[in-house]
Ligand binder design. Structure first.
Ligand code: NAD
Length: 365
C-alpha cells in the first residue's frame, strides 16, 4: 500500500500499540521468509508467571489487521487461562497467515520453528487450528521450545479427553453452586458440537446418567455419537431449547445479542473458547437472568495442563489431579462472584490478575 492509498483513518491509527485488542502486550514479533512464503506473527502478552505458551494457528486471514487482532486477542487469553489454572506459564500465541491445506509445507514449518527458537524460550508453541502433531514434530526438529509433539518423541498425546474431563469438572462445580448438588443424573444437558472434546464430554455425562442431547452440523457424527452413548439428537433451535445445562463445544461467541434472550438454561459450561461475544455485556446479562456461567478459559484448561506436563515432566496421574482441581477453582470463582457482585467472568479474570500481580511483586522484591 502506498502512502497515497492510505486513508485518513488508517494513518491516524497506531498500527500495533493502537490496536483495539492491544492490552499491554510485552512483545509482538513479525516473521517473514521469502523463500518459504512464511508470514507469521508471534504475540507475547505476558511472561510474569513463566514463558509465554500458546498454540500456533494457521488461517487465511482477510488481511494483516485481522491476523494481528487475532494474535493479540488469543495471546492475552492464554495469559489468563494459565494464571487462573495455577500454572507457571505466561500467555502467548502465534498466527501464520495462509491456507493450512495448500500453503503449509515442511520447510515453512521449520522456518517458523527457527523464528520461535530465536526467542530463546520466551515463547513456547503448540498446536492450534490448522496444525497437526506432525507439524509440531517438524518445529521440534529445529527448536526445543514446542509442546504437543508426538508421544513417540516425548509428547503428552491428545489433549481433547483431558479438556473434556476439565469441562465436566467445571460443569459439576456449576451444578453444585446452582442446585446444591453436583450430581448431574437426570439433568438435561445439550452439547453443541460433538467433535474431539464434545464426544468425550458426552461420554462422561452419559456415564453419570444425565439426559444428554446433542447438536452438530455434521449429521454422520450425530448418528455415530447418538448410537454410541444413547444420546438424543436435538433438532431445531439450540438456544431456546428446554435444557438445564448448555454446553457450547463448537464455535466461540454463541452467547450473543441474537441468542442470549432466548436462552433458558440454568448453566452455561462448555469447551469452546470465547463463548461470550462481548465479555462484559453478555456476562452481565447472563448474571441478570440467573444463568450461571462457568468461565470458558477456566474450565477448558485441561489441554494446557496436558502440554504443561511435557515441560514439567509430570505424569498422567498428576495431569488428571490438576484437571480435577478445575472443580474447586470453579466453585471458588462462582462464590467470589456472588459475594462481590461481579460476573463470573470478571471474577475469574481477577483471580488470574491477582496471581500475576503477586508474582510480579515477589520478582521485584
Ligand atoms: P472439533 O473441530 O473436533 O469439533 C468441533 C465440532 O463442532 C465438530 O463436530 C463440528 O462439526 C461442530 N460444529 C461446527 N460448527 C457448528 C455449529 N455451527 N453448530 C453445531 N456444531 C458445529 O473441535 P474440538 O477440538 O472438539 O474443540 C471444540 C471447541 O473447544 C473449540 O472451540 C476449541 O477451540 C475448544 N477447545 C478445545 C480444546 C482441545 O483440547 N481440543 C482445548 C480448549 C478449547
Amino acid at each position: 500500500m502506498t502512502v497515497e492509498t492510505l486513508n485518513t483513518t488508517t494513518l491516524n491509527m497506531d498500527p500495533v500499540f493502537g490496536q483495539l485488542s492491544f492490552d499491554n502486550h510485552e512483545q509482538i514479533v513479525f516473521c517473514n521468509d521469502k523463500d518459504t512464503g512464511l508470514k507469521a506473527i508471534i504475540g507475547i502478552h505476558n511472561t510474569v508467571l513463566g514463558p509465554a505458551l500458546g498454540g500456533t494457528r494457521m488461517w487465511q486471514y482477510k488481511n494483516e489487521w485481522e491476523a494481528l487482532n487475532d494474535v493479540l486477542r488469543l495471546s492475552r487469553g492464554m495469559t489468563f487461562k494459565s494464571a487462573v489454572t495455577g500454572l507457571n506459564l505466561g500467555g502467548g500465541k502465534a498466527v501464520i497467515i495462509g491456507d493450512a491445506k495448500t500453503q503449509k509445507t515442511p520447510d515453512l514449518m521449520k522456518r517458523f520453528g527457527e523464528f520461535v527458537h530465536s526467542l530463546s524460550g520466551k515463547y513456547i508453541t503448540a498446536e492450534d487450528v490448522g496444525m497437526e502433531t506432525s507439524d509440531m514434530d517438524l518445529v521440534r526438529d529445529v527448536t526445543p521450545y514446542v509442546t504437543g509433539i508426538s508421544e513417540s518423541r516425548g509428547g503428552a498425546g491428545n489433549p481433547s479427553p483431558i479438556t473434556a474431563y476439565g469441562v465436566f469438572m467445571g460443569m459439576k462445580a456449576a451444578a453444585k453452586f446452582k442446585y446444591g448438588s453436583d450430581v448431574l443424573e437426570d439433568k438435561k444437558v445439550l452439547v453443541q458440537g460433538i467433535g474431539h472434546v464434545g464426544e468425550s464430554l458426552v461420554e462422561h455425562l452419559s456415564n453419570e446418567g444425565a439426559k444428554v442431547f446433542i447438536a452438530d452440523i455434521n449429521k454422520e457424527r450425530l448418528n455415530e455419537v447418538a448410537n454410541k452413548y444413547g444420546a438424543r439428537i436435538h433438532t431445531g433451535d439450540v438456544y431456546s431449547a428446554d435444557m438445564d445445562i448448555y454446553a457450547p463445544c463448537a464455535l466461540g461467541a454463541t452467547v450473543n445479542d441474537a441468542t442470549i434472550h432466548a436462552l433458558k438454561a440454568d448453566i452455561v459450561a462448555g469447551a469452546a473458547n470465547n463463548q461470550l461475544a462481548d465479555e462484559n455485556k453478555h456476562g452481565s446479562i447472563l448474571q441478570e437472568k440467573g444463568i450461571v456461567y462457568a468461565p470458558d478459559f477456566l474450565i477448558n484448561a485441561g489441554g494446557i495442563i496436558n502440554v504443561y506436563a511435557e515441560l514439567e515432566g509430570y505424569d498422567k496421574t498428576e495431569i488428571m489431579r490438576k484437571t480435577e482441581d478445575i472443580y474447586n477453582t470453579t466453585l471458588e470463582i462462582l462464590e467470589h462472584a456472588k459475594n462481590n457482585g461481579v460476573t463470573t467472568h470478571e471474577s475469574a479474570l481477577k483471580v488470574a490478575q491477582d496471581r500475576i500481580d503477586t508474582r510480579k511483586k515477589e520478582n521485584q522484591g
